[in-house]
Design a protein around this ligand. Structure first.
Ligand code: PLP
Length: 428
């Protein structure tokens, strides 16, 4: 997986064949730029290494979703994982086939479940008993049984930031493996005429580079399968193994390829399937590893300030509002000056956002060539969980998003305007 976009011979940063400075000039800053070919290539690598024999790849829309992204995912033949009524609405507006959608979430509302069933969503991943009961009632109105998976907290503590760990038993997500609750839901779902239990889902967290953790999650899920096979003589049609592959954001970060992950997941599952004499379809749900490396955020440098302690702050025109990941879970990034991207970093700078928070720092202590006000600063590998987590803190409008390919760029999300900021406000 390339850590950052191509640097041309002229030492100017290129994104999807477009000059980064020119993109910033044309579309303004902050600007999130995606390399379309890289997104498609990542989709194809997952499909080539995992989607054989009926297995599926579902793109996790929470990493980045908009109409164009849904269209790319559909064109590349992936399924889609959505996690809210808003994501579902986006997918449907884009014409994404409802039957290829998985609907996730740990607190889906009655309205969201009703919307999903009415739309004919392919599979609802049930997180808890409360949701299960609601869904069972809603599904009675449906012409055919609603396909469900039960989300299981498999008790695997993968090494990642605690805020993006989800497979541990103390997690807010899913039903604990081996619990009475899970036993009762399986028993009930197997009898419920309005529901069709396809199998189980597990997702142990995000930004994980430990292949053993992924293998352990499959092992645990298969312990669960063995239990219900012996209790009910029932074997699942599907095991959904979640997403979570890490993206290297800095040179020190560990690298695990899409192919390595897919091999470990499919081989581990195959061993269990052979031992249990079952043949479930497998699904993976990558988000970050599809869009993360393909995104670069361009900012314009404003004030440059050296403190009396010697730290030099380069202030840019965005920050935690368009990329809350640093403030939220200490994400680390690399950056470069767009028009001299491979010049040696002779100076150490801290890149500060413009929000009124001391914690609004995008990159700490990064080597760069001498930076000047007006330069375009590129923060790399910002394609996942940035725009999708962006907000309007300090009433900062959200940036535009462009998709670049073969030297051509097009806007896929327009820049918010000041009037957008007051659009929903009501005067006294
Ligand atoms: C249920 C589920 N599936 C898939 C993903 C995607 O994870 P990642 O973007 O790390 O691949 C997430 C992310 O949190 C998730 O909650």
């Amino acid at each position: 997986m390339p850590l950052q976009n191509k640097i041309s011979r002229a030492q100017r940063l290129q994104i999807g064949g477009c000059d980064a400075d020119e993109l910033a000039e044309t579309y303004g800053t902050p600007l999130i730029c995606y390399d379309e070919a890289m997104i498609r290539d990542n989709c194809r690598r997952y499909m080539a290494s995992f989607a054989r024999g009926g297995n599926r790849v579902a793109y996790a829309g929470k990493a980045f979703l908009c109409l164009a992204m849904c269209q790319i995912v559909a064109e590349e033949g992936l399924h889609l994982d959505v996690v809210s009524g808003g994501e579902l609405y986006t997918a449907l507006q884009a014409g994404f086939p409802a039957e290829k959608i998985y609907f996730h979430g740990n607190n889906k509302s009655h309205a969201e479940l009703t919307m999903a069933v009415a739309a004919g969503v392919g599979c609802i991943v049930v997180d808890n008993v409360y949701e299960y009961q609601h869904l069972k009632e809603i599904a009675v109105q449906n012409a055919r049984p609603v396909d469900i998976l039960l989300r299981v907290a498999v008790g695997v503590n993968a090494e990642t930031h605690p805020y993006i760990m989800t497979g541990h038993l103390d997690s807010k997500f899913g039903l604990s493996i081996g619990s009475q609750e899970l036993d009762s839901l399986v028993a009930d779902a197997l009898k419920a005429p309005s529901l069709s239990l396809l199998g189980f889902h597990s997702h142990i967290g995000s930004q994980i580079a430990d292949l053993n953790a992924f293998a352990s999650a499959v092992d645990a899920l298969c312990v669960c399968v063995r239990r219900y096979l012996s209790l009910h003589r029932w074997s699942p049609q599907e095991l959904n193994l979640g997403g979570g592959l890490a993206v290297p954001n800095t040179a020190e970060d560990e690298r695990v390829s899409i192919e390595e992950l897919c091999l470990v997941l499919s081989e581990t599952a195959q061993l269990h399937s052979d031992a249990l004499n079952i043949a479930p379809r497998l699904t993976v749900e990558p988000g970050r590893s599809i869009v993360g490396p393909a995104g670069t955020t361009l900012y314009r440098v404003g004030a440059i300030k050296r403190t009396s302690t010697g730290r030099c702050f380069v202030n840019v025109d965005g920050g935690m509002a368009d990329n809350p990941r640093v403030a939220l879970y200490q994400a680390r990034y690399t950056c470069s000056v767009a028009d001299r991207a491979d010049e040696p970093g002779s100076f150490i700078y801290t890149i500060a956002g413009k929000a009124c928070e001391s914690g609004d720092i995008l990159v700490w202590d990064h080597p760069l060539p001498a930076v000047q006000s007006g330069d375009i600063l590129a923060v790399h590998t910002t394609g996942a969980y940035t725009y999708s987590m962006a907000g309007n803190y300090n009433r900062l409008p959200r940036p535009a998003v462009v998709l670049a390919k073969a030297g051509q760029a097009r806007v896929i999300i327009a820049r918010e305007s000041y009037s957008d900021l007051t659009r929903l406000d009501c005067s006294l």
